[in-house]
Design a protein around this ligand. Structure first.
Ligand code: FAD
Ligand code: SF4
Length: 482
């Protein structure tokens, strides 16, 4: 392989990814980003200088050998590129679409200017290359090496939750020959990938393809099954499972605690997105779950969830014949928005309005109990708080009102507690997240492991998968030592 570190001059401009036109795309839930074709992928891969010290790898939470897979692309050896990614990442087509690469691998690429949130423009578009290769592997049905160990075939492991953490752990164990059963509370597997992230960012056939690979490996997925209600954690262990992995996620919404928050047509982002994505409200009346869409929609928050809710709401307005009027209200400025930069750009292009430095104070409604207005205060930024971001300070007397006949609260999520509440031996922290040994991901109950958002709160898909892999390795080690 060539090595070019030191010569940090970008050879060419980054190759722009093809996308659906902004005005047309926001009337449907079809995928927005169309990805690279072969020529574009080759051109982008050629920009990588194959650094001696490829810093990008340490930026990836599962340490994909980025330099190697990009090298294979430059040689048009897409199969080797696919297998190189799959050594570390079970879901390249998913991660290539949803990973916040600008905060992970791309941020660590040598072409990133240090110290600015917008500094990744010249970094190699690692995520689009990963997506290209993931989709190539999918289209060409490239088989993944399975190393079943006969010593492990006598063991059974239960997984609770079928989000990225649960399904990743399931895949790791099943590929080594362990019998795996995944219990999922909802009627379809996938966790946030199914109920939270809309199809215009992650088409469902991609998720289904990845889940089918698990099924082919022999993983049994049991939907509509809540561990902690139908069956307890300790029952799973006493019924013959040798280990349990908890991938419960953080699905409990938080609220503002302001006046009028219980008025009709005010949703938590989770309820709104679940109705739209999981229950297919965007296909009403073909599917039976409607959402009451309004003329003036306000989404409160600034993360990925807020962007998804706003872009979904604006689409529903258009599809139902309303003039689009969806605004995001955020207490800080654009610089502090925690959402992925690409999602912010897409939301703007599609017509979502942004109201920065605005603090919601209370909702008012009509005599039928439906929300009509949001009372707000303007803010200015103060000193940085414990998160490192500048604190918003409300300006007294700056009150104003915004029209709002529908609102979505998207200000954060907490741990799912159905199971932890009824399992006192399972140690949790002050946020109700499950406590684990960080080396093995084992909880306070022997042979019970945990990972993903239920450990350490809301994170990313790839971080959840990273924890699941660590847990799977520890489970395998424990089982082999039995
Ligand atoms: P989840 O995905 O939450 O899955 C947990 C699963 O466990 C759920 O299906 C739940 O029903 C099930 N469950 C819970 N309790 C039980 C029980 N007792 N019995 C049975 N089943 C149970 N991350 C990114 O990297 N990129 C993005 O673009 C991005 N966008 C996001 C958009 C939204 C709207 C949200 C909410 C999150 C987003 N994230 C994104 C974060 C990411 O989705 C999460 O970090 C990730 O899904 C966590 O995976 P998990 O497996 O821990 O949990
Ligand atoms: Fe170097 Fe960036 Fe290529 Fe990684 S992706 S090898 S950091 S140029």
């Amino acid at each position: 392989m060539q090595s070019g570190q030191g010569a940090k001059k970008v050879k060419k401009e980054p190759v722009k990814v093809r996308e659906q036109d902004a005005s047309g795309r926001s009337s449907s839930f079809d995928e927005v980003v169309l990805g690279y074709n072969e020529e574009e992928a080759l051109s982008e891969a050629a920009r990588c200088i194959q650094c001696k010290n490829p810093t990008c790898i340490s930026g990836c939470p599962v340490n994909i050998d980025i330099k190697r897979f990009i090298y294979h692309i430059t040689k048009k050896d897409y199969k080797s590129a696919y297998l190189a990614i799959r050594e570390k990442n079970d879901f390249p087509s998913i991660c290539g679409r949803v990973c916040p690469a600008e905060y992970q691998c791309r941020k660590a690429c040598v072409f990133t200017k240090k110290g600015s949130p917008y500094a990744t423009e010249n970094a190699i578009n690692i995520h689009f290359l990963e997506r290209f290769i993931g989709d190539y592997g999918m289209k060409n049905n490239i088989a993944i090496p399975v190393q079943k160990n006969p010593e492990l075939s006598k063991f059974k492991v239960a997984i609770v939750g079928s989000g990225p953490a649960g399904v990743c752990c399931a895949g790791e164990l099943a590929r080594r020959g362990i019998k795996v059963t995944v219990y999922e509370a909802l009627h379809k597997p996938g966790g946030v990938l199914r109920y939270g992230i809309p199809p215009f960012r992650l088409p469902r056939d991609i998720l289904d393809f990845e889940l089918n690979i698990l099924k082919k490996l022999g993983v049994e997925i049991v939907p509509n099954y809540i561990i902690g209600k139908v069956k307890g954690l300790e029952e799973l262990l006493s019924e013959g499972f040798d280990a349990v992995f908890l991938g419960l996620g953080a699905g409990v919404p938080t609220f503002l605690g302001i006046k009028g928050e219980n008025l009709c047509n005010i949703y938590s982002a989770n309820e709104f997105l679940t109705r739209v994505n999981l229950m297919s409200a965007y296909k009403f009346p073909e599917y039976h779950t409607p959402v009451n869409i309004g003329k003036s929609i306000i989404v409160i928050g600034g993360g990925n969830t807020a962007m998804d809710a706003a872009r979904a709401a604006l689409r529903l307005q258009k599809m139902q014949g309303f003039k689009p009027d969806t605004s995001i209200v955020y207490r800080r400025t654009e610089v502090e928005l925690p959402a992925r930069r690409l999602e912010i750009q897409h939301a703007k292009e599609e017509g979502v309005k942004f109201r920065f430095l605005v603090q919601p104070e209370g909702f008012t409604g009509n005599d039928k109990g439906f929300v009509k207005k949001l009372k707000c205060l303007e803010c200015k930024l103060g000193e940085p708080d414990s998160s490192g971001r500048r604190r918003p300070i409300a300006i007294p007397g700056s009150d104003f009102e915004m029209e709002s006949d529908m609102a979505v609260i998207a200000i954060g999520l907490l741990a799912n507690q159905v199971l932890t509440r009824v399992t006192p031996k399972l140690k949790t922290d002050k946020y109700s997240d499950v406590e684990v040994n960080k080396e093995t991901m084992e909880t306070s109950i022997g042979n019970v492991y945990a990972g993903g958002d239920i450990v350490g709160g809301e994170g990313t898909v790839i971080e959840a998968m990273g924890m699941a892999k660590k847990a799977a390795e520890a489970i395998i080690k424990r089982l082999l030592s039995k």
